[in-house]
Design a protein around this ligand. Structure first.
Ligand code: MLT
Length: 257
């Protein structure tokens, strides 16, 4: 039987390493193969940062790289965390029809289908200015306290989050923020998706709380299976903070695709 792949898209201001513990569980349990590329401008990506990282640009990068990520005609689940979820929506919007046979389901972790409102866009502008003035430390100070549950204090996730954020080139973080501000609602995409969907949300998620997850679940009218999995001992980074429980939920989804 052809192996099932999980194509994972990381959040802001992070990189592919955030998927490491989840990937280790899923692969050890033989659930699926995990591929987790770095988005442009960071880590192992061969693409330089652009001026603005629109979610559509990231989605097109992902589609262009798909043959090297998920070989041949292998089936895959698309899995995004936060900004990675927004990228997944654009991927579905732009490339979903062409990949309909292979794209077997969706895993949305700590994300939301709403775009930024005016206040949100103003905050992105301030965050860009702060990075311009003070470098990537400004992104670390703004994001680190919000990303993890208080229960993750002193855990390996805390060290990794620090390393990931401080490793992002400032130009990349600024371009991400500019793209995040531009994105639109994605309820239309979710509403027409007709494959199984798993929505994961850390109980202590302070950035995209459970209400955002519930709104996405309520929209999935055409999906044959939809599950909201609210994860204990996790904030905005459920797959990193509680990889065991998230891996079990993905294993359950994989049986249904
Ligand atoms: C993320 O984790 O990717 C960001 O928090 C997304 C956002 O700020 O909307």
């Amino acid at each position: 039987m052809t192996a099932l792949y999980l194509l994972c898209v990381h959040g802001y201001p992070l990189d592919r390493r955030m998927w490491g513990p989840l990937a280790a569980r899923l692969e050890a349990d033989g659930v699926c193969r995990v591929v987790a590329p770095d988005l442009r401008g960071r880590g192992t990506s061969r693409r330089p940062a652009a001026g603005i990282h629109a979610m559509s640009l990231f989605a097109d990068d992902l589609a262009a790289d798909l043959p090297s990520l998920v070989p041949g005609d292998a089936p895959f689940l698309l899995c995004g965390l936060s900004m990675g979820g927004y990228v997944s929506f654009e991927f579905l919007r732009r490339h979903g029809a062409r990949l309909k046979i292979r794209l077997r389901g969706l895993v949305l972790c700590d994300t939301r289908a709403t775009g930024d409102d005016d206040a949100g866009r103003a905050k992105r502008k301030e965050a860009i200015e702060a990075i311009r003035r003070n470098g990537i430390d400004a992104a670390f100070e703004a994001m680190a306290p919000k990303l993890l549950s208080p229960k993750s204090k002193g855990m390996p996730a805390e060290t990794l989050v620090r390393e990931m954020i401080l490793g992002i080139p400032p130009a990349t973080a600024m371009a991400d923020l500019a793209g995040l501000a531009l994105r639109s609602d994605a309820f239309d995409v979710l509403g027409s998706f007709d494959r199984p969907v798993l929505v994961v949300c850390g109980e202590d998620d302070a950035i995209t709380p459970v209400a955002d997850a519930e709104a996405m679940v309520a929209t999935c009218a055409n999906a044959p299976f939809v599950r909201l999995f609210t994860t204990p001992r996790a904030g905005h980074m459920a797959p990193l903070e509680n990889p065991g429980d998230v891996a079990s939920a993905i294993a359950d989804l994989a049986k249904r695709v």
